[in-house]
Design a protein around this ligand. Sequence first.
Ligand SMILES: Nc1nc2c([nH]c(=O)n2[C@H]2C[C@H](O)[C@@H](COP(=O)(O)OP(=O)(O)OP(=O)(O)O)O2)c(=O)[nH]1
Length: 529
Amino acid sequence: MGHLRLSDCRKKFINVLPEQQLGEEHSSLDSFRKAVKIAPRNRKEFSLIVLTNENRILIGLKHRGFGKGMFNSFGGKLEKGEDPVVAACRELHEETGISVTVKHMTESKIGILHFTFEDDPVEMCVHLFRVNVSCCGHATDKADNAASEQILVDPLTIRGCDEITPEWIENFYHIPLHNMFADDSIWLTFVLASKKKVVLDGWFHFLAGGQEVNTIHHHFVDIKTDPKSELPKSETMTLEKRLFHRMHSKSIISPSPKEFNEAWAFSKVVKKSLRCNELDCIIDVAGGHGALAAILLITTAATRAIVVDPAQVGRDSVRKAWADFFPEKELRYRHECLRSGLPAELELALKATSRDRILVVACHACQHLSDETVKLSCKFGVHVCVMPCCQKDPSTGSSWKAFSKNVSFPIEQTMDILLAGKAMSWNTGQEAGVRYDVRIKFIDSKITPQNRVIVCRSSPNDGEVPRTEKSHRKLQQAYRRAHKRQKSFYDISKLVGMHPSLHLVGGFILGALTSALLFRTREKINADL
Ligand SMILES: Nc1nc2c([nH]c(=O)n2[C@H]2C[C@H](O)[C@@H](COP(=O)(O)OP(=O)(O)OP(=O)(O)O)O2)c(=O)[nH]1
């Protein structure tokens, strides 16, 4: 335990207030008390919760009350007789919608801040908490939060109230300290920059003039670090997380977290199944917002992606959120149905690149659309991956539905297998001079139960015997095997070196010898008698 330098931590923050607004720093509480002559008569208690997620912080713009027009962490006055921890849970929920258990909030307490003012005899006593949350794409389950160490938050459920609007700051060091209370430039910078869990006892005496002046006269901060209580190791910001956070920090609702997770998982399957450094063009069919197209642009070598969908769903959201992740690449939307839009785009793409560098994808396109996507793509001989949904049996008499029922196999899976079967049929791709290697892969069923990705990888069959020819040869072999006996007789004659025309002569001689032998035997028997 010991005193740490506050000013060193401050240097990393780009919006920190100038030293003259932060007043004189004292090295002891005695020294601070001697300098601050006004003794406060009344005391008011508040809670204040610093809410972080990895190296991001959620703060709120205040619309009324103390600090109106400025950013602050969440919190408020304690109600009469209310425990500070309970007040912190209540205020955090009221102002952000985030639920934290009393137990977790108790463990999250990191100190007390005391504020006095030259023009106000009331001392403000603020109970300080630091809550670190994990953002996820699933609805927050209070029971899970209670049971685990982590607070899981679905970013879409974060909401403000008439008093405050929450906003994520993507990087601690960019926090708008120039529009926050002056003391934040002292203690908040320290709390955020410190790798260890810190416990504070902060004393701040402000000059008269309230938030307009926002200047500290004297301050003293007693900081203790507990070497045993390390902060939870912050997870590394994977690309997936950066994309996800960027999306919800811009309050984007299309794609939803579920759709984002589906697109991300789908893209992973694609990347495992195809040579992604060789892709050039992605066509995302029924792609709506275009999240899948954008993710593939970001994570593969492809330079162009086209979203073919008659509906205009959240196209600007994806650009708004992720444009700087694919700066030199092109994301284009074609608002047209797949039947005409896909062949038109495939023709355009084939003018610019070779078919083995083109990939058509469809994530959760209804089954008839997935069917048509595969059919058209195979006609052009390009790679195609689909994850169908809304499978129905289109056959007359619903024969597949009956089959599924008989073998207790879900119709959705039957239809997917049938689609894979069509793609790997002997003729598929022949017209384009390719053959298809077809696999069914899975994404996590927790993301979606419709989790089968049909991956159809095309490869040239130049110089190769067409599959129909191969099977014809096999049939001939089988036919020969079936007539082996006839063949073997011919083979034996060949073996003894006899010409087939001599068979007759041989037979005649053999017959004559046998008759002579029989005749002699009969004569001998007659003589004996
Ligand atoms: N960061 C920081 N926070 C402060 C300072 N002074 C101060 O009161 N706060 C916090 C403590 C409280 O969380 C909040 C003030 O509470 P408030 O006036 O909004 O109380 P409330 O939510 O109950 O408001 P209301 O509904 O009664 O209008 O600001 C300060 O100097 N720096």
